[in-house]
Design a protein around this ligand. Structure first.
Ligand code: PFF
Length: 472
């Protein structure tokens, strides 16, 4: 194996720390912001059933695969692919590019969320009728959201520059349990509202008439996004894991937590929406427009709930964006032999630029379109609808067809010291079922969504990477 990296590789301090960091990466805007609005737009329960199937059959297996590749090679995504088979370097590079793209819009929403903690405490809810306009005016402002985004990025930089154990793990261990407690508190409060039953029914009773080809791609893309898969993030986190922990059980725990929080976020939001007669299909603004309006109806206690909610939301976002930053930083450390701090500052500097463009695309630059969409949507749609699912397909093909079955078994059973009874099932899923399933869903989905030129552009990027990144 080629020697890469700077010799001393960092490791997680404990199993709990690793699980919290990985769950921290998984649980984020995807669960609290995107999952509820996708569920709202796609007919509630039916979307949840399809989503759960994607998570259980595809997501969980891919997470096991990513952990396995990461720990086997002790390298982040690019190095992990490259040292095993040079022709696959592009799949790792695609992951690094995806991290940049997701970080093109993620800190903007993270900044909004941080701003809403402050706004909730300073009178946002006192005039419920103004809440919708406040959000539009705030996001369209050329300065205020950018300042919040910069503040949010600075916290990311501080955490990631402290390293794996002292920064990412330490933050995850405190922030994740905090998030669980806050969300459970809000959920319990909201299901007790009079009229909340209709929200629970919407969430859990499938309406199959709302399902189309696009629904499957939305569910699949969401499963990858939410579980932080398809871009080497879990390869990177797995690469810091010692040889004693069980990979399948770690993946299962992370998946359960991630799915649990998504459902919990649904329960925290929909019952209250229905109780106050609001629109469940409000789209991305659901969290920032509809929810504060719901909280405002509750009076003084609503202000308190709103503050707690946005703290939870910011915390969830932070532990995820930290992992996105780490994907790029780990690549620079492993492959470009950079020092951690330099890698963090350099990467964050680029993210500041993309973040500013994304933020401005909500106002000043809303007329500036790339292939028919504003900058924010460009980063979002490309990653969510195409890069992650295709990246997931690559990892499945790579593990199933380019790694030795004995090596996989050895890694998944810790050298034969623990049992993994489902190995054969997992292996066949990864080798045959999942690549095919993703190909079908991606094809049907990509052809059924409107942004055809954007999709073609995305596929072209992948082809270009495949041709040129062998030299990296
Ligand atoms: N899983 C995160 C969320 O649900 O918000 C987003 C994310 C983090 C995606 C890290 C991909 C990733 F590598």
């Amino acid at each position: 194996m080629e020697k890469t990296g700077n010799g001393k590789r960092e490791n997680w301090g404990s199993k709990f720390g690793f699980i919290m960091a990985a769950a921290g990466s998984a649980v984020g805007l995807g669960n609290i912001w995107r999952f509820p609005y996708l569920t709202g737009e796609n007919g509630g329960g039916a979307f949840i059933v399809i989503y759960l199937a994607c998570v259980l059959i595809i997501g969980l297996s891919i997470m096991v695969a990513e952990f396995t590749v990461g720990r086997r090679t002790s390298l982040a995504a690019v190095g992990a692919y490259k040292t095993t088979d040079r022709r696959w370097t592009f799949a790792g590079v695609l992951g690094v590019l995806s991290a940049f793209f997701i970080m093109g819009f993620y800190p903007v929403v993270g900044g909004w969320s941080a701003a809403y903690i402050f706004k909730s405490a300073t009178g946002l809810l006192s005039d419920p009728a103004a809440i919708v306009d406040t959000f539009s005016a705030f996001t369209a402002n050329p300065i205020e959201p950018i300042l919040w985004m910069l503040g949010y990025l600075v916290v990311n930089v501080i955490i990631v520059s402290k390293g794996v154990k002292g920064g990412i793990e330490a933050a995850g261990k405190v922030l994740m349990p905090t998030l669980f407690v806050l969300l459970i508190f809000i959920s319990i409060r909201n299901v007790m509202l009079p009229g909340a039953g209709a929200g629970m029914e919407f969430l859990f009773k499938p309406d199959w008439t709302k399902v189309s080809g696009g629904t499957f791609l939305a569910a699949l893309g969401q499963a990858f996004f939410s579980l932080s898969l398809g871009m080497g993030c879990m390869i990177t986190y797995g690469s810091y894991l010692n040889k004693k922990e069980s990979l399948p059980s770690s993946a299962l725990q992370v998946t359960i937590m991630d799915t649990g929080v998504a459902i919990l976020a649904g329960v925290a939001i929909f019952p209250a929406l229905f109780a106050y007669g609001m629109e469940p299909a409000a789209g991305p603004s659901l969290i920032f427009m509809v929810l504060p309006t719901v909280f405002a109806e509750m009076g003084g206690f609503g202000v308190f709930l709103s503050i707690i909610f946005f703290i939870a939301f910011t915390v969830a976002a932070l532990t995820s964006s930290v992992s996105l930053l780490e994907v790029v930083v780990a690549y620079l450390i492993d492959e470009r032999k950079m020092e951690r701090k330099k890698a963090v500052y350099g990467t964050a500097a680029i993210m500041v630029c993309t973040g500013i463009l994304s933020s401005l695309s909500m106002g000043l630059m809303s007329e500036f379109k790339i292939l028919g969409v504003v900058v924010f949507d460009f980063f979002d749609i490309l990653t969510d609808k195409i890069f992650l699912a295709i990246g997931g397909m690559f990892i499945a093909i790579f593990v199933g067809w380019f790694m030795k079955k004995e090596d996989l078994k050895d890694e998944l059973t810790n050298g034969g010291t623990i049992k993994f009874g489902l190995f054969e099932i997992w292996y066949n899923l990864i080798k045959f079922v999942i690549p095919l399933a993703i190909a079908v869903v991606a094809f049907v989905g990509i052809t059924s969504i409107e942004q055809t030129s954007l999709m073609i552009f995305g596929l072209a990027i992948i082809v270009v990477l495949a041709i040129f990144s062998k030299k990296l």
